[in-house]
Unconditional design. Structure first.
Lengths: 325, 329
């Protein structure tokens, strides 16, 4: 087995669990304070989808890039995002990662190689490819992960982007988090093939369909794709079959799916199952797990406090950052 | 400047020189677009650059405007300085999300974390019977969007100097050329020069009337000014050169002097550049006006195919003359 993959499979497993717990707790905290009216605007949480962000981002280095989506908190956290500046951004405060200009749908931290979330579905895909073009142009050996959902694969620019990425063998990995719904529309009503990944066939691109609720499965698939991309073998398409427990936005009104379906997917919860596996393998005790959750919750309470106590941006500065001076 | 220090070249050659010089100057500058390689672009602006710089820097793309702009944006925020070509301005509607929601806004939405050194070159304006989807002037669309700079040169000199500045600019620039200007020649210095963005130029000084215009209409307006001079009417012609940011100071200073203003543009009159400039003059120089501001523009009708219909819709020399005679009296 290749060295990188070997490292991946032998690596201590606890960080995956901690990463997923951090994302879950962050998102649950967002729902809590959103319902209290503490934050405004739109929020799309990724509860249930944590394995994709955690597994994929663990397959790249700090020097690599990701481009994210409207459901992007988890991606930024998994890339090393600071929960305090993210929380402050969601509050619209001056200390936010975008200084209050972006909000939930536009969190970004360029210093971490995170080049943006996006309020337009699919629009980040060509940007990710452009970053890959830049990597190839500069021969820098980096890779890009382009995250998007199943809905994005029905946008024209998705197809344009995959076509050119395959044509030019760009170092980009397309990570599709198929959570089975574009708002209320089930993927079965939007995609004629059994797997979304089948769309990669048209571009002669390597594809893998993985259990997106299994962080190690995601990690392994992305590791392989990253390895190939670094060797100049071009892009790959990885479909992570997953589920968003909360539904599209912050609303609990989900008439488009059944309780039975939701319960079935909740049984596949990526955190619960991974925790049970680690307990079974005696890598962690339930007490230790509870301790991680408690510590994470405390860390997020501190992030909320930081956001609450942070100053608002100066209204007179609204025009700052439209242009470079 | 001495005659031997100038070269007489056409607009497309001036643009080609600007691209070539900037690519030599900076390894991070590259070109992508449809047919920009072996063909040299639909209007041959990139002719010869493939041979000079190779396929890694002169990138022929599939027919995918959204991906062209999105890829260029990704390259721009990760260290390169792309020049993307969209074959006709009419085709920017296909990639409008990338231009308006992404290119123009990513710096702002990120709180200033990224720079977007990206030039989008595209030709606009009427040609000859190219009909409704290849004759449009959409500069007012782009001027409406915060985060974009909009440049529209009228002469080879300005075309070369402004394109060089646009490529060195760290903000996105819509660089709108004109199909009917590509073969128009003019004097351009042999030596290196740039023309700064955001500065209008008084192309002809006059005392009775200010014509505010840009791109091909600037040449038509200068022609009109010569005819009007023979009638004893002294017309000042301002070529805006950059529409966003607008050099309103040069416009207002002129209008305060002449007391009369006509805005000549090739776009539709309704909600166009003329409306914007006219209202700004009214807001800021009303007391200096001797007559209501006039607009000469295309009719609010799609560009027709038939020559006689097209002539009816597009702004012409006679329209400028008529407006000038009317306003001066």
């Amino acid at each position: 087995m290749d060295e990188e993959l070997k490292m991946g499979s032998d690596r201590e497993l606890l960080p995956y669990l901690k990463e997923m717990i951090k994302i879950r707790c962050f998102e649950e905290k967002i729902l809590e304070i959103y319902s209290q009216g503490q934050i405004a605007g739109m929020c799309h949480v990724c509860i249930g989808q944590e394995a994709a962000a955690a597994g994929a981002c663990a397959a790249i280095t700090g020097n690599d890039f990701i481009v994210s989506t409207h459901r992007g908190h988890g991606h930024l956290l998994a890339k090393g995002g600071d929960p305090r500046t993210m929380m402050a951004e969601l509050f619209g405060k001056a200390t936010g990662c975008c200084k209050g200009r972006g909000g939930s749908m536009h969190v970004i931290d360029v210093s971490l190689g995170h080049l943006g979330a996006n309020g337009i579905v699919g629009a980040g895909i060509p940007m990710a490819c452009g970053v890959a073009l830049s990597i190839k142009y500069r021969n820098s050996g980096q890779v890009v992960l382009s995250f998007f959902g199943d809905g994005a694969t029905n946008q024209g620019v998705f197809h344009e982007s995959l076509n050119m990425a395959a044509l030019w063998s760009l170092p980009v990995i397309f990570v599709c988090e198929n959570n089975h719904y574009a708002v209320s529309t089930n993927i079965s009503k939007a995609c004629p093939t059994p797997d979304v990944a089948d769309k990669a066939d048209g571009y002669g691109m390597a594809k893998t369909v993985v259990d997106g609720m299994d962080v190690l499965a995601v990690h392994e698939a992305v590791c392989k794709a990253v390895q190939n991309a670094r060797k100049g073998k071009g892009p790959a398409f990885i479909e992570c079959k997953t589920y968003n427990f909360q539904g599209h936005g912050t609303s609990n009104d989900r008439p488009y799916r059944t309780q039975e379906e939701e319960n079935k997917w909740r049984q596949k919860c990526p955190i619960k199952n991974f925790k049970e596996r680690l307990i079974k393998d005696k890598l962690i005790t339930d007490d230790e797990y509870q301790k991680i959750v408690t510590e994470t919750a405390a860390m997020l309470d501190e992030a909320v406090k930081f956001a609450q106590e942070s100053p608002w941006p100066d209204p007179a500065s609204a025009g700052q950052y439209v242009f470079c001076e | 400047m001495k005659k031997n220090e100038m070269q007489n070249i056409d607009y497309k050659t001036a643009l080609n020189q600007a691209l070539s010089e900037e690519m030599e100057r900076d390894q991070n500058v590259f070109i992508m677009g449809e047919d920009v390689g072996v063909l040299g672009g639909a209007f041959r602006v990139t002719k010869g650059l493939l041979g000079k710089f190779g396929p890694n820097r002169i990138i022929d793309t599939p027919l995918s405007e959204s991906a062209i702009i999105g890829y260029a944006l990704g390259a721009a925020i990760s260290g390169l300085r792309p020049v993307a070509e969209i074959m006709f301005i009419d085709f920017t509607s296909v990639c409008m999300d990338q231009i308006i929601n992404q290119v123009a806004k990513i710096r702002y939405m990120s709180g200033g974390q990224v720079k977007v050194p990206l030039v989008i070159r595209t030709p606009g304006g009427f040609a000859k019977s190219w009909a409704a989807q290849h004759s449009q002037s959409w500069e007012s669309f782009f001027c409406h969007i915060p985060g974009l700079k909009v440049v529209m040169p009228a002469t080879p000199y300005d075309a070369k100097g402004l394109l060089k500045s646009a490529i060195r600019e760290d903000n996105p620039v819509m660089f709108i050329e004109h199909k009917l200007l590509y073969n128009v020649a003019g004097d351009v210095p042999d030596e290196e020069y740039t023309v700064p963005l955001g500065m209008a130029q008084v192309k002809r000084a006059g005392a009775d009337l200010t014509i505010i215009t840009y791109s091909q209409m600037a040449l038509l307006s200068l022609e009109a000014a010569e005819i009007l001079a023979r009638e004893g009417k002294d017309v000042e012609v301002i070529d805006l050169r950059t529409l966003a940011p607008l050099d309103i100071e040069t416009v207002l200073n002129s209008v305060k002097k002449t007391g009369r203003a006509i805005i000549v543009e090739e776009g539709h009159k309704k909600v166009g550049m003329g409306a914007e400039i006219s209202s700004t003059i009214t807001e800021q120089a009303f007391d200096y006006l001797d007559a209501p501001v006039k607009r000469v523009a295309a009719l609010d009708i799609p560009a027709p195919f038939s020559k006689v219909l097209e002539d009816r819709v597009r702004p012409k020399l006679e329209d400028i003359l008529e407006a000038a005679r009317d306003i001066i009296g």
